[in-house]
Design a protein around this ligand. Structure first.
Ligand code: MRU
Length: 351
């Protein structure tokens, strides 16, 4: 079984990832031949973005099962615990990672009797997770584009494009779908300090798509909105709590506050797998803290005074009150989210 997109390629024996650390300067690929390689790729940000790391972890699970295929039955299931743990311990905030691993684990538990069947079932499930992600993003785009008019200008933060997913993107998927529906859309892209996903990845994707793109530094977003230049903010999400609180890339919260202050609608585009109904509100979402060097250095060169202390949370939480709508593959959720999310899950919550 094979699958190939801009973000990843599954060859049947290995997973090839575009090295997102090197973009936009060079398009280089990294081949993962083991679950350890996949875990390292997630941890080191070769691949990033909530849906992408979920799908990649699923392929890591398959590689782990292949590595342990000499074991059988109960021994194999027990040894897969290490594979699951290694992949799950890579990054804490995006729930899609745990969601995808849980799907893989269920297949493992139900098919452990015969190794050949197990390997084939696991591979099918990982490919299904990846293929579903593309369909889900297209559906998010289709629903989300109804919120945009011809001639609108959108502001986005971080990268919720094809690179952050298996393909097509969530927030950028909405923009793509609007353009595909004949609407002219302009996009302001926050550079997204400290890791610069906006400048490096979102700007790269949008320019390639031929969308008019204006790059700004994060601290310009408020002023741009105040001047009436933005019709809507659309961002992705790493985890959404049962009450609609949204964890996304650090800086999203500031953008949401500024959008609210300036009367600009703030939309979140995310697959239902990003909604964690086990978590009551945003205060329970684990926030990853990353290396201090991301703040003190730019392009490997120190910019901050020696000896300074640093705080580097990679995500923040935007309260549900600031979110005008959550765009999912099943439609657009509106406040009160406690109710709209509950209703979505009661209806099955899946595509
Ligand atoms: O640290 P990253 O680059 O993995 O963070 C990515 C984001 O915050 C995205 O906005 C989010 O994962 C949604 S991607 C469709």
């Amino acid at each position: 079984m094979n699958l190939k997109t801009i973000t990843m390629e599954w060859t049947g024996d290995s997973l090839i990832l575009v090295d997102q650390r090197k973009l936009p300067h060079v398009v280089e690929h990294v081949e993962c031949k083991s679950y350890q390689d996949v875990a390292r790729a997630i941890k080191e940000m070769i691949v990033r973005g909530a849906p992408a790391i979920g799908a990649v972890a699923a392929f890591g699970f398959v590689l782990g099962a292949k590595q342990l295929a000499h074991l059988e039955g109960k021994n194999l299931v027990e040894s897969m615990e290490v594979v699951h743990k290694t992949l799950a311990c890579t990054r804490p905030t995006a729930v899609n990672l745990f969601w995808a691993l849980e799907r893989m684990r269920r297949k493992l538990d139900n098919n452990a009797d015969d190794v050949d069947t197990l390997l084939s079932v696991l591979e099918q499930e990982a490919v299904k997770i990846a293929e579903e992600d593309i369909q889900v993003n297209r559906a998010i785009g289709m629903h989300g584009q109804t919120l945009l008019k011809d001639g609108d200008t959108v502001l986005t933060h971080c990268n919720a494009g094809a690179l952050a997913t298996v393909d097509y993107g969530t927030a950028l998927g909405v923009i793509r779908a609007a353009v595909e529906n004949g609407k002219k859309i302009k996009v302001y892209v926050d550079e997204t300090r400290p890791y610069l996903q906006g400048a490096r990845l979102t700007a790269w994707e949008l320019v390639q798509l031929g969308v008019e793109t204006i790059l700004i530094t994060d601290n310009m977003a408020g002023w741009v909105m105040k001047q009436g230049k933005v019709d809507a903010v659309i961002v992705g999400a790493d985890r959404i709590a049962a009450n609609g609180d949204v964890a996304n890339k650090i800086g999203t919260y500031s953008v949401a506050v500024l959008a609210n202050r300036n009367g600009v609608p703030f939309y979140v585009a995310a697959p239902i797998s990003t909604i964690d109904v086990k978590i009551k509100d945003g205060s329970e979402i684990p926030i990853e803290e990353r290396s201090h060097e991301e703040v003190t250095h730019l392009n490997g060169k120190r910019i901050a005074a020696e000896g300074v202390r640093v705080f580097n949370p990679a995500f923040d939480v935007t309260e549900h009150e600031l979110v005008n709508a959550i765009i999912t593959q099943n439609g657009i959720l509106r406040p009160p989210y406690q109710e709209s999310i509950k209703k979505l899950f009661l209806q099955g919550g899946k595509m």
